[in-house]
Design a protein around this ligand. Structure first.
Ligand code: NI
Length: 172
């Protein structure tokens, strides 16, 4: 089932999320809904707070090439356990901040530990777009958005545009 994606500014996007302690069927369903919502948007990642759920859960799939097999990942309680000194700059966007993009600098390579859909602990190394995406989504669980990396003026400009967009959407 597709869920509604919250748009910035929203207080729920600024909150730190709680760790998942018990992997229930409801949480698995939620993760599946998040993948459906992400693919339909379309996007390469989505965090639970973006649909108003303050649990530490993210989904991602950075396979973008036409004809390539999808590679959906569901991560409960994801944690960056190591970051490279090498940095990478990507132009980032966010489904909660539609049509706004900006360069963000992050570690080029990260090791991430998480609990998968079956409750098993996983660790893997991410590079390229995957590294950027997984860090962007984990940030969401701390109430941090990619625009928080920008200079205040740029951030305020984007937020003002979003406030206007939300007003227009509310009018219908
Ligand atoms: Ni985002």
């Amino acid at each position: 089932m597709k869920r509604n994606i919250l748009l910035h500014p929203d207080p729920r996007l600024k909150k730190a999320c709680a760790p998942v302690s018990d992997l229930t069927d409801d949480l698995r369903r939620l993760a599946d809904d998040m993948l459906t919502t992400m693919y339909e948007a379309p996007g390469v990642g989505l965090a639970a707070p973006q649909i108003g759920v303050l649990d530490r859960l993210i989904v991602l799939d950075c396979v973008k090439e036409e004809g390539e097999e999808p590679n959906p990942l569901i991560m409960f309680n994801p944690e960056v356990i190591a970051s490279s000194d090498d940095l990478n700059i990507y132009e980032e966007g966010c489904l909660s901040i539609p049509d706004q993009f900006a360069d963000v600098t992050r570690p080029a390579e990260v090791d991430v530990r998480w609990i998968d859909r079956d409750g098993a602990e996983q660790t893997d190394t991410f590079t390229g777009l995957w590294a950027t995406c997984v860090q962007h989504e984990i940030d969401h669980l701390e109430g941090k958005l990619f625009i928080d990396y920008l200079k205040p003026l740029r951030r305020q400009m984007i937020t003002r545009k979003m406030v206007k967009l939300k007003r227009e959407l509310a009018r219908g």
